[in-house]
Unconditional design. Structure first.
Length: 277
C-alpha cells in the first residue's frame, strides 16, 4: 500500500485542477482497503467526474487504481472489479463479441464510478443493465446489493457514499453482435466531444426536457473564458483547462455560466460533476 502526504490533486483528475490533499492512499488489495476505510474519506476512480475546488483538502483521498483488475463473463452475466475503466470493459466485451455496452466506450471513468452516478451516453445509461454490486462498508463488512435494492434516476443513485463498490455483475443481454457499432459510436464521440483535452466531462445535468449544452450554446457562451478555463467550442457542456487554469478560474466560470442561463431562461443548472471543497 502506498501513502503520499500533501499530494497534488491535479495529478489525479482529468481536468488537471486542485490543490493538495492531506493523504493520497493507494491500497493494493481488499485487506489494505479494510485497514484504511473510514467515513468521510473520498474515493476516486479515474478522477474524471470530480473537481477539487480548494487549495488544501484536509482529508484522505483513496484511489483503487493499484488494486487488481478482473473481467469475466458467462452466458448470463458479466463480472468485473469496480476499478476497471469503462473503455477497457467495452473493449473486452467487443473482443468476446458481446454487445449492449458500446455506449460506455470513451467515458473516461471507471465502471464503479459509472454505477454510482448512473452514467450514460447516446440515450442509454448503465443502471438498467446491473444485476448486483458488491460493496464494502465503513466497518469492513463486504455484502451484496441487488438491483432491486438500488434506486436510481438520471445521473444519480441512492448508493451510500460511505460504501465502496468492489465489484459489479452486469447482465449479458445476448444481443446480436454488431462489429461496426463500437467504431460508429467512437467516431461520433470524437466528432462531438473534446476527448483529447483537459476536462472532467459534462459539467451540468440536462434540465428536464432540454439539454444543458443547447442552452449554453444558445446563450453564446461557447469559447467563453475566465483565466485558463473556457467553455468548449466542440461541446458547450464541457469546461476545458488550457493547462494554466486554477480551481478559482473554474469556480468563476461555473458561476458565470449558471448566472447567464438563469437570467436568460429562468433555469437553474445543477452540476453533474462532483465538486469537492
Amino acid at each position: 500500500m502506498k501513502i503520499y502526504n500533501d499530494y497534488p490533486l491535479k495529478n489525479v483528475t482529468t481536468i488537471g485542477l486542485g490543490g493538495y490533499c492531506k493523504e493520497f492512499i493507494c491500497p493494493e488489495n481488499i485487506n489494505d482497503l479494510k485497514m484504511i476505510i473510514e467515513q468521510n474519506a473520498l474515493f476516486i476512480g479515474n478522477g474524471s467526474n470530480v473537481c477539487f475546488l480548494t487549495d488544501y483538502y484536509d482529508n484522505r483521498v483513496i484511489s483503487l487504481k493499484k488494486m487488481k483488475k478482473n473481467i469475466s463473463h458467462d452466458e448470463k452475466y458479466i463480472s468485473c472489479t469496480s476499478n476497471v475503466s469503462c473503455t477497457k470493459l467495452v473493449r473486452y466485451l467487443f473482443n468476446n463479441r458481446i454487445s449492449g455496452y458500446e455506449f460506455l466506450y470513451g467515458i473516461p471513468g471507471t465502471i464503479g464510478g459509472a454505477i454510482f452516478m448512473n452514467a450514460g451516453a447516446f440515450h442509454q445509461e448503465i443502471m438498467p443493465n446491473v444485476h448486483s454490486i458488491e460493496v464494502l462498508d465503513a466497518q469492513g463488512k463486504i455484502f451484496t446489493l441487488n438491483k432491486g435494492q438500488i434506486k436510481y434516476s438520471y445521473r444519480s443513485s441512492n448508493i451510500d457514499k460511505n460504501l465502496i463498490i468492489i465489484s459489479i455483475k452486469l447482465l449479458n443481454k445476448q444481443l446480436n453482435f454488431d462489429p461496426l457499432l463500437l467504431s460508429k459510436l467512437d467516431d461520433k464521440r470524437k466528432e462531438t466531444q473534446p476527448t483529447n483535452l483537459l476536462s472532467c466531462g459534462c459539467i451540468f445535468k440536462n434540465p428536464h426536457g432540454d439539454h444543458a449544452a443547447r442552452l449554453i450554446e444558445d446563450a453564446k457562451l461557447k469559447g467563453f473564458r475566465i483565466g485558463g478555463l473556457y467553455v468548449s467550442q466542440k461541446h458547450s457542456n464541457y469546461f476545458i483547462n488550457d493547462g494554466t487554469g486554477s480551481h478559482q478560474d473554474f469556480i468563476l466560470l461555473l458561476n458565470a455560466v449558471k448566472d447567464k442561463i438563469f437570467n436568460k431562461y429562468s433555469i437553474e443548472l445543477s452540476e453533474e460533476v462532483v465538486l469537492v471543497k
